[in-house]
Design a protein around this ligand. Sequence first.
Ligand code: NAD
Length: 260
Amino acid sequence: MQLKDKVAYITGSASGIGQEIAILFAQEGAKIIIADLNKEAADATAAELKATGAQAIGVGVDVTNEDQVNASVEEGAAAFGGIDILISNAGIQIVHPVEEFSFADWKKMLAIHLDGAFLTTKACLKHMYAQGRGGSVIYMGSVHSKEASLLKAPYVTAKHGLIGLAKTVAKEGAKHGVRANVICPGFVRTPLVEKQIPEQAKTLGITEQEVIKNVMLKETVDGEFTTTEDVARVALLFAGFPTNALTGQSLVVSHGWFMQ
Ligand code: NAD
């Protein structure tokens, strides 16, 4: 058990990648705070974890709302005795060409991906620093933290920005034993991606199969989607790493779509 008795606050963990990380971390002995906009789904995920013998609670939070973030972190910390791991993972996708992107949608994207990362980091660091037992902050970036794609200006901008935030938190957190890293997945077939397939087909004037083959997986080494399990394994590597040797890094897990 690599995470025995560690407390993990995971945003967007009622679905997709975040949920898979919650399942793996619970198997590794962590106590899990399922923090999601969808409180009902968060409670259901927490109940599934508890049914396996794990300790978990669901909390409702909009990561763009400072009061809600602070309240949900406090609730989780009070339930389990602090916070050791933050996975800042909640995210959405909106696709348009730049000249058609509404300012409101641009701001919504940056708020969820960047304000959400900042607010949850600030709230969790307070506990990690006070506890004096170190900690691990993990941001869900993307291959779009390194590369651009058509139609995704705010997503690409925000995901690049997370690398800057992680590097700064790595420097500031070092003296407290707090590490910060970014996971950069390729396409994973979660609800977030299922929604994009017909949208991109319509915008680009191609079939859904062509979107998968010629847009999403075109640059991979084997035409395969990355899986939620692949991403969860990388999260475990970062969360379980015992020293500051692995900090300020971004790791791409994408079937070779992006190589560095
Ligand atoms: P998903 O849609 O399956 O899950 C996202 C979760 O975030 C949902 O449970 C949703 O309720 C929650 N959420 C949305 N807005 C929120 C808010 N304001 N506050 C709190 N919770 C909120 O998506 P996913 O594919 O698992 O994506 C998770 C993360 O992984 C995102 O940051 C996404 O950008 C990133 N990512 C996904 C892929 C992919 O291909 N799926 C690739 C790279 C990176």
